[in-house]
Design a binder for this molecule. Structure first.
Ligand code: UD1
Ligand code: MG
Length: 439
């Protein structure tokens, strides 16, 4: 069997249970839109070719798909999961015979598990395989129905299930592998029939495909994928919060194993794509946003907020109520209390005093600031961007450095607006000049 496979992601649904203006797949998990998380896992599992079915909010979702190799199919009306799959098969024929189908609300997918599910399907002669698991709480999931001999014969959705069927704890996880050539004509016919009938409430369910294939004596398979919990699907905000927490715990576990101290994992939140070096200590109530990089032996927090585009070197201290946005802090920088640094490059050894602010936004545009090596930025000072504070310079407490003003290396500025402090000799010269004028 060809080990290669295509993948189709079903993401056209309204997601009405989210109660949101935003399409469900754009809700974020640890700072990344759900659709990006899922397409990432599917790619990692080895999909040769990826098709996403969009419908509700299609333009908005399309704009957020970073990967330009993803092909898009459009489901004009949300007429159910079978209709969505058919839209993909018709509009964007998959490159490979084997097709992995993934519901677009399963952000906690293990790529290894996906790959072995596809491989298991490949070993069988099945036209359509469904990934299943036995779970403690099957509520809301399609149940796997087997006949007396244990053969898989259908999936029953919760609303249609009898009491006996509801008691079944083996569920449909929302992952399928199919043989496109065998299944497409049957699916085509089933969807046409379902949508013309009145009893289907205007939807055609992909889960019904099992009984339709069985009726035609085609082989279907329910493959237990060896998880003892149900994949948390995001049907609503409760699902979103739960699955985010589960992924967060796993991600933090990895940092702990890599030699990062997280003093209180429950009040720390780290988004996807973050790197943190060994012996760095993260104090409670700290938030580290997507893609931030933190070096070794740093102390971050408590109550620190490191935002996107931030890179922190080694041995840096970022203390309480410090927000750092799109900024670089080189080795040994200190910003220990109540500061804001936006679009700022802080060179090594510089000290950012309590309450210092780099005002990077003038109401229209954002501008950059550089703070040189070993510079000292006094408490309560404001540097209005664009700013350039030379190496070893001092901005006195309370000073306001106007936009575009260069503070020369080794000098001290003070006051509002900040002016360079003169040397004793300069001051003496000024007095002499004044006296001359009086005479
Ligand atoms: C579905 C399964 C259920 C399974 C569960 C696992 C069906 C009928 N039921 O239920 O057996 O246990 O997933 O998570 O498939 N979508 C479209 N177009 C549509 C409708 C849905 O693209 O017209 C997409 C949605 O965007 C979503 C996915 O299909 O990503 C699944 O839809 P959802 O409404 O979440 O199905 P469930 O009720 O969770
Ligand atoms: Mg769902």
């Amino acid at each position: 069997m060809d080990p290669k496979f295509s993948a189709i992601l079903l993401a056209a649904g309204r997601g009405s249970r989210m109660k949101s203006q935003r399409p469900k797949v754009l809700h974020e998990i640890l700072g990344v839109p759900m659709i990006e998380v899922i397409t990432g896992s599917v790619r990692e599992a080895g999909a040769a070719d990826l098709i996403v079915v969009l419908g509700h909010g299609a333009d908005e979702v399309r704009g957020c798909l970073g990967d330009s190799s993803i092909r898009i199919a459009i489901q004009q009306q949300q007429l159910g999961t079978a209709d969505a799959l058919l839209a993909a098969l018709r509009q964007q024929p998959p490159a490979c015979a084997q097709v992995l189908v993934v519901n677009g609300d399963l952000p906690d997918l293990d790529p290894t598990l996906l790959a072995s599910f596809v491989a298991d399907h490949g070993k069988s002669s099945s036209a359509f395989s469904v990934a299943t698991a036995r779970v403690a709480d099957p509520t809301g999931m399609g149940r796997i129905v087997r006949d007396q001999t244990g053969d898989f014969i259908s999936i029953v959705e919760e609303e249609q299930a009898s009491d006996t069927e509801r008691a079944i704890d083996e569920v449909n996880l929302g992952l399928y592998v199919l043989d496109a050539e065998m299944v497409t004509p049957v699916l085509d016919e089933m969807v046409a029939g379902d949508l013309s009938g009145k009893e289907t409430a205007g939807e055609s369910y992909l889960t019904r495909l099992v009984e339709v294939l069985v009726q035609r004596s085609m082989v279907v398979d329910a493959i237990g994928v060896g998880v003892d919990h149900q994949f948390l699907q995001v049907n609503d905000r409760v699902g979103l919060a739960r699955v985010s927490r589960i992924i967060q715990d796993r991600l933090q576990q990895r940092f702990l194993e890599q030699g990062v101290t997280i003093v209180d994992p429950t009040t720390t939140w780290v988004e996807f794509g973050v790197s943190i070096g060994e012996d760095t200590v993260i104090h409670p109530q700290t938030i580290i946003r997507r893609g931030v990089r933190v070096g070794t032996c740093c102390e971050i927090g408590p109550f620190a907020h490191l935002r996107g585009g931030t890179v922190i070197g080694d041995d840096v201290k970022v203390g309480d109520f410090v927000e750092i946005n799109r900024s670089e802090l080189a080795d040994g920088v200190r910003a220990k209390h109540l500061a804001y640094l936006g679009d700022t490059k802080v060179e090594s050894g510089a000290n950012i005093g309590a309450g210092a602010v780099v005002a990077n936004y003038d109401g229209v545009k954002k501008s950059p600031t550089t703070i040189g090596e070993n510079a000292f930025i006094g408490s309560g000072s404001v540097i209005v961007a664009p700013g350039n504070i030379g190496a070893g310079a001092v901005v006195a407490a309370g000073a306001v450095v106007p936009p575009g003003r260069d503070v020369h290396p080794g000098t001290t500025v003070l006051g509002v607006p900040a002016r360079e402090r003169k040397s004793q000799q300069d001051l003496a010269d000024d007095v002499r000049d004044d006296e001359r004028e009086i005479r």
